[in-house]
Ligand binder design. Structure first.
Ligand code: OGA
Ligand code: MN
Length: 207
């Protein structure tokens, strides 16, 4: 995607996010980049770097496989070229979100997430009770040739009572408002990989 196309894609994403709280963009990241990120995720799995994700924050943090069964590892700048390219792309998106929606987003945090067959994440919001910095959730899927009958959809619970299922197909980016969009990850029959992240604004953290 050249820069004009990218700005155009950002504009569509942002319009949808503003009007309906969620938006989707297929082939968001260049295919080569998506493939490299998938390879990076598999490499981290093989070397045992992913660990069981927890629920809650601070001292209330707990691993609860009955709620979420994914394994994760946070991304840091400078770990690999592909990761840095992704972080740069998301920073461009952060600036576009701030420009268009005045969200005052300060940073972006993200982790690789890998769900083994059968693993799921029950319905939830992406916001902690004691920390409301997470504002926009952004998930890039890393799975080639995903079929609907393999399960693993991201299920969004829309404000009008309908549900919308998103297949975790490589290159698809799902964006939604972290505090206003209940969602869940359905179990799949195959391994399901993603880069899941949050644009955060400055907090009024009371802790
Ligand atoms: C999460 C989450 C959605 C997905 O990690 O909080 O809801 O589709 N992930 O992986
Ligand atoms: Mn979530």
């Amino acid at each position: 995607m050249n820069d004009t196309d990218l700005q155009h894609s950002f504009a569509n994403l942002i319009d949808d996010l503003a009007s309906q709280r969620w938006s989707l963009l297929e082939l968001f990241a260049p295919e080569v980049l998506t493939r490299e990120l998938a390879a990076e995720c598999r490499k981290r799995e093989r070397s045992g770097e992913l660990s069981a994700a927890s629920v809650g924050r601070g001292s209330a943090q707990q691993v609860q496989e009955g709620i979420r069964g994914d394994r994760i590892q946070w991304l840091e700048a400078g770990q690999s070229e592909a990761c840095d390219r992704y972080l740069q792309l998301m920073d461009d998106l952060r600036l576009a979100l701030n420009r268009e929606l005045f969200l005052g987003l300060e940073d972006f945090e993200c982790h690789f997430a890998s769900y083994e067959p059968g693993a799921f994440y029950l319905r939830h919001l992406d916001r902690f009770r004691d920390d409301d910095r997470r504002t926009v959730s952004a998930v890039l899927y890393l799975n080639e040739s995903w079929q609907a009958d393999q399960g693993g959809a991201l299920r969004l619970y829309l404000s009008d009572g309908r549900e919308h299922d998103v297949l975790p197909q490589a290159g698809t980016l799902a964006l939604f408002l972290s505090g206003d969009m209940p969602h869940e990850v359905l179990p799949a029959t195959r391994e399901r990989r993603s880069l899941t992240g949050w644009f955060r604004r400055r907090g009024t953290d009371v802790l």
